[in-house]
Design a protein around this ligand. Structure first.
Ligand SMILES: [Zn+2]
Length: 188
């Protein structure tokens, strides 16, 4: 069920629409100095996802304050990109779950099917288990869960934390939205 989403063009289109809304909110709020924000988007080269994604899909929204002397940059949260990860966030969240979930798949099969190297898959695992739990984002959020989320079972435990959300796609969107601030200005 998660596997289907990894290359689902309509799901990727939904994530783009969510990102556009997140960016619009940041722009409408303006710069903390009171200045207007101008678009300063840039191109990333994300890997993963369906082959049919247009070139515009690679564009990362970002803004720059128009006021001389401020020029503060504001990068909105994103459900497509996860921090500075090269692959789409969806892949970084779901591939480790396919590897370790109830119907665990072998590394070699994931490598072959998704063209992600074993090294990358193992690096993500380490990132989820060591880097992410040690970071400020997790440290500031961990006390907010109604039930504790096991760091040693990330990112699967994160999906479980949103198990109350009905529908697989909706559940995954909830996780990506929760992670979205990681890709925004204060956390980058
Ligand atoms: Zn400003």
């Amino acid at each position: 069920m998660y596997q289907r989403l990894l290359q689902d063009a309509s799901f990727f289109a939904l994530l783009l629409r969510i990102d556009e809304d997140l960016a619009a909110e940041v722009r409408a709020a303006g710069c903390p100095c009171g200045g207007p924000l101008h678009s300063a988007r840039y191109r990333r080269k994300p890997r993963g996802g369906p082959a049919s994604l247009g070139r515009d899909y690679d564009l990362r929204a970002s803004f720059c304050c128009a006021v001389d002397g401020c020029r503060r940059r504001a990068t909105p949260p994103s459900v497509r990109f996860l921090g500075r990860k090269v692959f789409f966030g969806l892949w970084v969240v779901l591939l480790p779950v396919l590897r370790e979930g109830p119907k665990a798949q072998r590394l070699s099969r994931l490598e072959e099917h998704f063209c992600v190297s074993r090294r990358t898959l193992l690096r993500w695992r380490r990132w989820w288990r060591e880097t992410f739990p040690a970071g400020r984002f997790w440290q500031s959020a961990r006390g907010c869960w109604a039930q504790p989320v096991a760091t040693e079972a990330l990112p699967g435990s994160l999906l479980e934390a949103f198990a109350g959300v009905e529908g697989t796609a909706e559940q995954v969107v909830a996780v990506l939205k929760w992670l979205a601030p990681l890709s925004s200005s204060p956390w980058l």
